[in-house]
Design a protein around this ligand. Sequence first.
Ligand SMILES: *Cc1c(COP(=O)(O)O)cnc(C)c1O
Length: 482
Amino acid sequence: MQQILGDMPAREFKKAGQMVIDWIAAYRDDIESYAVVPDVEPGWLYACSSKNPPESAASMEQIFEKFVQAIMPGVTHWNHPKFLAYFSISSSGPAILAELLAAALNVNGMLWKTCPALTELEKITLDWLRQMIGLPETFWGIVYDTASTSTFHAIAAARQEISPENIREKGLYGSKQLILYTSDQAHSSVEKAAIALGLGLKNVRKIKTDDEFRLRADLLRENIRKDRKKGHLPFCVVATVGTTSTTSIDPIAEISKICREENLWLHVDAAYGGSAAIVPEYQSVLNGCEEADSLVMNPHKWLFVPIDFSAFYTRKPSILKEAFTLVPEYLRTSEDHRVENLMDYGMQLGRRFRALKLWFVLHYFGRQGIISRIRNAIGMAQDLANKIDQHPDFERMAPTPFSTICFRVHPQGMNDTKKLNRLNEKLLQAVNKEGEYFISHTKLNDQYVIRIAIGNIQTDQHHMNRLWDILQKTLPMLYKND
Ligand SMILES: *Cc1c(COP(=O)(O)O)cnc(C)c1O
């Protein structure tokens, strides 16, 4: 029974908790009985939900029943092993339990003092992760929510470092035009950061890429020269290891050399690709990054940690701090001179206990267990890439350096781009309509490309074999209707 005041009683918490955990265990076990993408129309939940807030108390049984009946039908199952769209992600068992503990503790790590374990565990886990991906000791780490936020902070730090007339105090008024460089394949978060930081989209140079979708260093150099000539102030390059469309890898070492010569901040976006560097034979994907000023990789993408968790590293934490620190009297503590207060290193004050879930994941699987799982995903992608290469009617549209494959159907004799685009769009829709698998697409040089990203912890070779069968079987049916 509900009490008049106070929280849920311990006995009820225990009973309801068991019900929820039992349900989660069954959900994880039966996940393949769900269609990956729900069959609902926009506005569906508004239409069938109560318009008024709940007036009186309900039991956990009633609430849970509503969750299962009303909300679950609109859930997209990102944890499904046949979710192969965008970048597939995983919330692993140990991480789910760690999230529960983090919510139970409900600590706020704005200062060391407000939760010493949070601040210190964040340092420890990010240092372990730094070693695992092979970055040198000179890199200092902090956790943000997403890669978009990490990149925003990198660019803000870059601006602070170059800031000729102290932008922190005066804003951009009267400053030279600051120019940011990235590639035409870079993630949209780079441009969003330029909007949010007041740099302006027209001051972002999207440098052309080569035939393997890698930033062209020669054009970068040329653009910087032109901008200087115009009296602008080049200040930052965002390069990518594992771009979002094709997972291409920019020539980091070459770009880094240019950045050092030109005195530009180099930020590396390895949101997805960074996890591969944990596998010894793939550690070289981060070659050159040891010279970067900052780097982001997302454990919530390919490291079995539930969203959200982004790891941001920089060799210049003092500049990041210069850009953001602002301490009101009520947040001063007697330890300030001998601790790191994480609120000094970014926009946010409050900070949840995200490190706990990474700590659980790293302990549960161990570095070796993580290596095997990431290696397995890459292996399955290479296998599919080979099958595509050997099939007369399929064509790979980009190299496959990680676990994401870009390809299309290309029947012999059909060379009209529009026709091919339509055919591939139809194939994608036919596969997704079945509801068994969820795959996505991209466009490369105006060509419609099907994109399959392997990364869920449960995805196995038999899932990939069946998808390959479905793709081949669907193909002839499409010609018939065309
Ligand atoms: C996914 C991705 C991002 C954005 O990640 P969020 O954490 O969702 O902000 C940025 N860059 C690359 C290369 C990505 O793949």
